[in-house]
Structures are given as structure tokens and as C-alpha cells.
Design a protein around this ligand. Sequence first.
Ligand code: AMP
Length: 195
Amino acid sequence: MADANAISRVVMLGPPGSGKGTQAAFLSESLGVPAISTGDMLRQAVAAGSELGRKVEDIMASGALVDDDTMADVVRERLRQEDAVDGFLLDGYPRTLGQAETLEGILEDAGVQLDAVALIDVPEEELVRRALARKRADDKEDVIRERLRVYSEKTSPLIQHYRDLALLRPVNGHQSMEQVTSDLLSALGAAESGS
Ligand code: AMP
């Protein structure tokens, strides 16, 4: 039976290049809940050439955000699936205050609540350094800059929103990957076994 006190519904927040996706995959194992990446879902839709994929392809390529209504449909549908009923780690959603409200509505309808929001904090200069260092041929520098700008304009207000709701668990992301994982686990009250 699921432990009623366990942290099982988590949002991962952090700028592009913070290592959020990698950490979500690690945490998913430890917490035993699926990591749900809306970016991965949209990339799959693009690869499949579905109606959704055709709608979001150019928007994604520009570094801009897909509109909130489209994302609401994607996330509502995904959270209804069996594997997400007892918990999830959302990676890449919400990204706007409107999306945060939508998520609150979806969870309210399901009679559940968010347990925590893990924030991977990385200084801006470090993000730019990382982005340029790992730049792929298809990652244009202006698209990288646009993603960082969109994060700071549209997504970073979520930090204060979740702080106000007493859900925010900030972790220093300017450390080794292993250290970030371990800090995230303790911030979520799910310290690694043996420690
Ligand atoms: P990600 O892999 O999370 O960086 O997402 C890649 C791209 O998918 C983003 O730059 C957006 O264009 C789009 N995307 C993913 N999640 C969202 C979301 N929650 N809201 C709007 N657009 C999104």
C-alpha cells in the first residue's frame, strides 16, 4: 500500500541547462513514480507527425512556449493514465502561472494535491557557460538565449508562487550531478538508504 506520508506528486522547476531532466529520471527511480517530461511528449508527437506534433513543431524550434490550452490537454490526458494515479514527477510543466493554475485544477478534480516543488537553482552565467559548452549543431545560439529569456520572463514567477504555497524546495544546482541528486532526495524528505 502506498505510504500516505510519502512525497509522490512533485513538480521539477529549473532553467534550461539545470540538469532537471536527468535529475527527474534519477528521482523517478527513488520515489517510484513516473517522470513525465512534456518536452519529450511533444518531441515524440513531432517525430510521429501527429496533429499535435505539426501544431507545435515550429514553436518548439524557435524556443518559444506552446500555448497553455494545448498544454492543458496534453497534461490532463497524461495524468489520467494509470501509472500517474499514485504519483508523478512533472518535468517541464507548469511553465507559466496559467499552467500552474490548470495543474491545481486537474489535481483538485482528482481529489489530490501537489506535495512539493523541487527547484534546481543555477546562476545565469553558469547556464550560459553550460549551454555554449554543450551546444549541438542544431541548437542555435539565439534559440538557447530565447529559451533562457522565456524561462526568466514566464517561468521564474512560479518560484514565488510555490514559495507562497510553502511547496518550494530549492536545491543548489551548481554542484556535481551526484550531489544535486542527494540534495534533492533530502529536500524531498526521501534521503538515500543508508544515510
Ligand atoms: P523541454 O524539453 O522541457 O525544454 O521542452 C522543449 C520545448 O517544448 C520547449 O522549449 C517548449 O517549446 C515546449 N514545451 C515543453 N513543455 C512545455 C510547457 N509546459 N509549456 C509550453 N511549452 C512547452
